[in-house]
Every structure is written in structure tokens, then in C-alpha cells.
Design a protein around this ligand. Structure first.
Ligand SMILES: NC(=O)c1ccc[n+]([C@@H]2O[C@H](COP(=O)([O-])OP(=O)(O)OC[C@H]3O[C@@H](n4cnc5c(N)ncnc54)[C@H](OP(=O)(O)O)[C@@H]3O)[C@@H](O)[C@H]2O)c1
Length: 258
């Protein structure tokens, strides 16, 4: 299915879920031009489709525009860059009201390891966003980042520890932010389950959420001031999808000032 067709379908789905497009917290008051880092990834691709379906102007930071174009089509603006190279990030930020990052490490070791991508890459993005006056930065992080003994740290290059350092760099950047910490990601169909948003990074059993549902949270977070400067874990459970995102975000505590 083409990205255009998928955008239309997802747009209809998002509207059916009651996404707000009017009022002070709606699209009219929210960022309109969004830079997506990680757009070619498995969360980034449905995220771009949802943003387009909701009428956002979408810029994408990609390492290989030709490869990305085959996935994302012609409706987005391509900015060639790499989160490990700060010089490439300033031009990408130009004109962006908001940044959404779904970047993630490739492998436990080597140039794509968590320290380089999930920490330094996020830090570079946050610094560039701050310098460019970006108004909102939405970061997809992970549940369990505060759990030092979590087996994922031993298995995958201290990925959770480095993700927490990346979160901290964003909090310290001064850019208003939303940090989303999903449980295990799946490729399940979105919009079929109830969202749980919670705080405290408590030890839980296995929790999961569809990547496209994470994308939906990213898009909703752009719209509501109640989502700003919040960090929360998320997963889905059997039930009906959320309709009142303002209330869901308002139920979260703001982070203490860094
Ligand atoms: N897997 C899970 O169960 C799980 C659970 C919780 C949280 N998470 C986190 O959720 C996020 C999204 O996951 P996902 O599965 O959608 O990720 P993914 O499919 O692996 O996509 C990662 C994206 O990051 C980009 N990227 C990597 N290094 C880059 C660099 N140096 N410069 C620019 N872009 C770069 C990749 O671009 P290319 O196409 O150029 O490679 C790709 O678009 C990640 O942060 C992941 O760690 C995952």
C-alpha cells in the first residue's frame, strides 16, 4: 500500500479516535512543521504517515535520501544528515516548529552502538533544536531506562543506561519536551487497544505496544500543552483506544526542573 493511501487510512483512524483539531490545544495552536529523525525506521514510517494525514508539513532527517524516498515518497522534504554529525543537524532544523526522534542504535558495539546513537545522537539533536529555537521535542525512549540491572543493559551495550543519558541531555537542553517510554514494540495493527500512560518506571512484567500506536502518541503530544515536560511509560491493554488525549496527558506529573 502506498504511503499516500496509508496516510489517508491512518488519518481517518486518527480522526475516529477523536483527535482534536480545534481549540487552544488543537492543531491550530500546535507546531505545524515537524522534523522527524528516524523516519525510515519501523516507528518513524507510520509516524510520518500519521503526520501527513493530519496536515503537518514533514521534514525528515535521513542518511540515505534515495533509500528513504523509496519508503516515504514525495510528500516530505528530505534533509541529508546523521545524528552523529552535528554539522548536518543545524540545516535540518531550519523552519521546524517541532522535532520527533525515533532513532535507535543498531547493534551493541560499533559505530551504531547505544552510546553513540541513543546518547550522543539524541544530545546532538537536542542541542541543534535548542540553537534553532524549536518549540517542542518528542523523544521515543524506552521503559526500564532507570533499571540499571535490567538484562537489556547486559545484552545490548548498556542501551537503557545510554537512553537515560539521552533523556537527561534533552531535559537539560531547555527545549520543551515529551519523553515517551514504550514497552516492547510490536508491528501489530494500531488503534485496537487502550493506552496506558504511567510514571515512575516501575518494574513490570512484559508490556507491549504497537509501533504505530507509539507514533499516535507522538502526534497527540504535539497538540496539547499538557504533554510538555512530561516523561511517561506506555503500553496497551485490551480495551477501546483513547479519545481524550488532553485528559490523559493532564493526568501526568510534570518533571522536576533539571
Ligand atoms: N524494540 C523494542 O522493543 C523497543 C522497546 C522500547 C523502545 N524502543 C526504542 O524505540 C525507538 C524506535 O524503535 P524502532 O524499532 O522503530 O527503530 P528502528 O526501526 O530500528 O529505526 C531506527 C531509525 O534510526 C535511524 N538511525 C540510526 N542511526 C542513525 C544515525 N546515525 N543518524 C540518523 N538516523 C539514524 C535509522 O535510520 P536508517 O534507516 O538510516 O538506518 C532508522 O530510521 C528506538 O529508540 C528503540 O530503541 C524499542
Amino acid at each position: 500500500m502506498s504511503l499516500t493511501r496509508r496516510s489517508a487510512l491512518i488519518g481517518a483512524c486518527v480522526l475516529a479516535l477523536g483527535a482534536c483539531s480545534t481549540g487552544t490545544g488543537g492543531l491550530s495552536a500546535a507546531p505545524k512543521t515537524v522534523l522527524v529523525a528516524g523516519a525510515t525506521g519501523r516507528t518513524g514510517t507510520p509516524l510520518v504517515a500519521q503526520l501527513l494525514a493530519e496536515g503537518y508539513t514533514v521534514r525528515v532527517l535521513v542518511r540515505d535520501p534515495a533509500k528513504a524516498r523509496a519508503v516515504l515518497g514525495e510528500q516530505v522534504t528530505y534533509l541529508t544528515g546523521d545524528v552523529t554529525d552535528p554539522a548536518t543537524l543545524a540545516p535540518a532544523m531550519q523552519g521546524a516548529d517541532a522535532v520527533i526522534s525515533t532513532i535507535g542504535a543498531k547493534g551493541a558495539k560499533g559505530p551504531g552502538r547505544p552510546e553513540v546513537i541513543d546518547y550522543m545522537g539524541v544530545k546532538n539533536l537536542a542541542s541543534a533544536a535548542s540553537a534553532a529555537g524549536v518549540r517542542h521535542f518528542v523523544l521515543v525512549s524506552s521503559r526500564a531506562v532507570t533499571q540499571e540491572d535490567h538484562p537489556l543493559n547486559r545484552m545490548f551495550g548498556d542501551v537503557l543506561k545510554w537512553k537515560l543519558q539521552g533523556e537527561n541531555a534533552l531535559r537539560a537542553s531547555g527545549v520543551p519536551y515529551t519523553i515517551i517510554r514504550p514497552g516492547g514494540l510490536t508491528n501489530a495493527e494500531p488503534g485496537k487497544s487502550a493506552f496506558v500512560l504511567e510514571q515512575g518506571d516501575k518494574v513490570t512484567g512484559q508490556t507491549t505496544i504497537a509501533r504505530a500506536d507509539v507514533a499516535t502518541i507522538c502526534v497527540q503530544a504535539l497538540k496539547y500543552p499538557e504533554a510538555r515536560n512530561r516523561t511517561f511509560e506506555t503500553h496497551t491493554v485490551p480495551g477501546s483506544p483513547s479519545t481524550d488525549w488532553r485528559a490523559k496527558f493532564a493526568g501526568l506529573k510534570a518533571d522536576p526542573s533539571p
